[in-house]
Write a protein that binds this ligand. Structure first.
Ligand SMILES: *[C@@H]1O[C@H](CO)[C@@H](O)[C@H](O)[C@H]1NC(C)=O
Ligand SMILES: *[C@@H]1O[C@H](CO)[C@@H](O)[C@H](O)[C@H]1NC(C)=O
Ligand SMILES: *[C@@H]1O[C@H](CO)[C@@H](O)[C@H](O)[C@H]1NC(C)=O
Ligand SMILES: *[C@@H]1O[C@H](CO)[C@@H](O)[C@H](O)[C@H]1NC(C)=O
Length: 305
């Protein structure tokens, strides 16, 4: 059996987990004074390309294929390149799961990452190229320091940035509606605050723009993703995926290059859908789908369904 769940700090002596996870990794002592960070590892190429079956598409990947990433990716195929991607979503709360092999580890550490980007899902232009641009938010639950932690909002431009960078003057908490917009030249993040469902006609409470050098992006795909990354400093194991309830990427938009005329805008209709699947954490961990004719990409947290 593979050992690829990280359950920091748990005592396995009397736990049922001891049977589910026979070999336990040696964990370094984590400093509670430093913020927790995830290691934003590069996207991996497809193992089994899916077949599209119309607008409402469920995961076509093999049921046994391990995947740390779920969500949807719209490929440009042989057509015009992707030049921009955007979406708004309410930052989910991170909670300790109560079902599955990672459940109820009250001294444990759980996390989840939500991001959008260009060439950031399946290394559409080849893994060797290793060029992608993405931005998102990570949420954390850590039983040793009081449970739910502040989310971290970040952007990442490979290969110059291997881990993700934060924004100097921007903050967000779970429940806030945030909008991310990524182009080949900048990343923009807006926070519309709590108890808001739609950004239309609203002024953001906070907004930040980061200039990016998108040189060398191939524009092969646009993506909206949920990912189970490892913790920074512990690259070998995806952290136990938090119970985030669900996330809905709304107002999704993709811009495609259109010669001299600028861009053509589309939504996520026809995107490939994939789920996070990790056998050691209970199998299928998300139920993702493209809904409302491509206007939204929705991922619910599930366990082994
Ligand atoms: C985890 O704890 C909750 C609440 O006490 C309980 O309902 C649930 O059955 C537990 N899950 C497991 C897998 O032990
Ligand atoms: C959001 O709505 C809830 C429930 O109505 C309320 O308790 C909370 O204070 C609201 N938050 C903000 C920031 O308005
Ligand atoms: C930080 O953001 C706030 C709110 O958007 C703004 O009023 C302030 O000027 C910003 N400060 C800096 C240093 O950019
Ligand atoms: C580009 O714009 C011109 C002038 O508005 C229009 O005639 C043409 O059809 C457009 N081409 C495309 C590919 O949209």
């Amino acid at each position: 059996m593979k050992t690829n769940v990280l359950l920091a700090g748990i005592s396995l002596a009397t736990s049922a987990l001891a049977t589910a996870i026979p070999v336990f990794p040696t964990l370094p002592v984590r400093s509670n004074t430093r913020p927790i960070r995830l290691l934003h590892t590069a996207p991996k190429p497809h193992q089994s390309p899916p077949q599209f079956q119309g607008a409402r598409i469920f995961s076509q990947a093999s049921e046994t294929e391990e995947s740390t990433i779920g969500g949807a990716a719209l490929s440009s195929g042989t057509g015009p390149k992707v030049t921009s991607v955007s979406a708004a979503f309410v930052i989910p709360h991170a909670r300790m799961p109560t079902t599955g092999p990672t459940a109820n580890n009250t001294a444990g550490m759980y996390a989840a990452s939500f991001h959008i980007g260009i060439d950031s899902f399946s290394a559409a232009c080849g893994a060797s190229k290793n060029r992608f641009l993405r931005a998102g938010v990570d949420v954390f639950w850590d039983g040793t320091i009081g449970g739910e932690q502040n989310p971290w909002v970040w952007y990442q431009s490979s290969p110059t940035d291997e881990d993700g960078l934060g924004f100097a003057n921007f903050s967000a908490v779970a429940g806030d509606l945030v909008r991310f917009s990524v182009t080949g030249t900048e990343v923009k993040v807006e926070n519309f605050g709590a108890n808001v469902t739609c950004v239309k006609g609203l002024e953001p409470k906070q907004s930040v723009v980061q200039k990016i050098d998108g040189e060398g992006l191939c524009g092969g795909e646009a993506a909206w993703a949920v990912e189970d990354f490892p913790l920074a400093g512990l690259p070998n194991f995806p952290v136990a995926l938090a119970d985030f309830g669900g996330v809905v990427f709304k107002e999704v938009e993709v811009g495609f290059e259109n010669g001299k005329n600028g861009t053509v805008s589309k939504n996520a209709e026809g995107a490939e859908v994939r789920d996070v699947r990790l056998a050691a954490q209970g199998g299928r961990l998300t139920a993702c789908e493209v809904v409302e004719g491509g206007k939204k990409v929705k991922c619910d947290r599930v366990v082994g369904e």
